[in-house]
Design a protein around this ligand. Sequence first.
Ligand SMILES: Nc1ncnc2c1ncn2[C@@H]1O[C@H](COP(=O)(O)OP(=O)(O)OP(=O)(O)O)[C@@H](O)[C@H]1O
Length: 239
Amino acid sequence: MAILEAIKLVKRFGPVTAVDEVSFGVGHGEVVGLLGLNGAGKSTTLHMLLGLITPDAGQVRVFGMDLARHRVEVLSQVNFAASYVDLPGPLLVHEVLDAFARLYAVRRPKARVAEMIELLELGPLRGRRMMDLSSGQRTRVQLAKALLNAPRLLVLDEPTANLDPDAGDRIRGLLSRVAGENGSAMLITSHNMREVERMCDRICFMAAGRIVAEGTAAELAGHYGVVDLEEVFLKVARG
Ligand SMILES: Nc1ncnc2c1ncn2[C@@H]1O[C@H](COP(=O)(O)OP(=O)(O)OP(=O)(O)O)[C@@H](O)[C@H]1O
């Protein structure tokens, strides 16, 4: 069974059709990358899949359920991280995680928060205020928050955008491990082609609101007669 199905999703903002009949799926344990130029419609698509905005047409099905009709049931098993979402600045790192653990009704919240602090190597930062952290440190707290409820579907909008190469590498390894161990499905946007090649089982390329190419990194490179995803991106982006 597909964990996530986007079915002919459409979103318009005034005269702009940001997402134009987009359909794709993410299977159990699968990591799918959603790629495209700035403004291609990736974040708008993610926001519809998370129920943050309502599609003008089409349907989102998660765990076989219609998101519009089973919102609470679905969203309790989903989580999201994006570098552009701010967590409350005056709160300490462990206070933020405690608050979300309670919000998600996590069982044994204290133990789960401690586990996430360990997993994301946040020990030295647990007593620091969110507003005092560097952007890379905030990203790690975002990811800890996103993993708190052991989501069956994890949606990540540019998860490693603010991380230095060492932290980025560790986080990529960690996320791949989480997907492998828990069988969680992941949907990721990224402008880092090496990251996508390393992490994603399948890739959907968006251009001007539509999916224009889909496949594994190797299939896409073969199809476009190039050596890697970076070159596929340039070919797709330049039409
Ligand atoms: N709230 C909004 N109001 C008006 N237009 C919007 C809104 N959100 C997005 N758009 C427009 O929809 C299109 C798709 O934007 P979106 O943020 O989905 O792109 P993206 O692929 O995520 O880009 P990036 O790689 O830069 O993050 C763009 O033309 C954008 O200007």
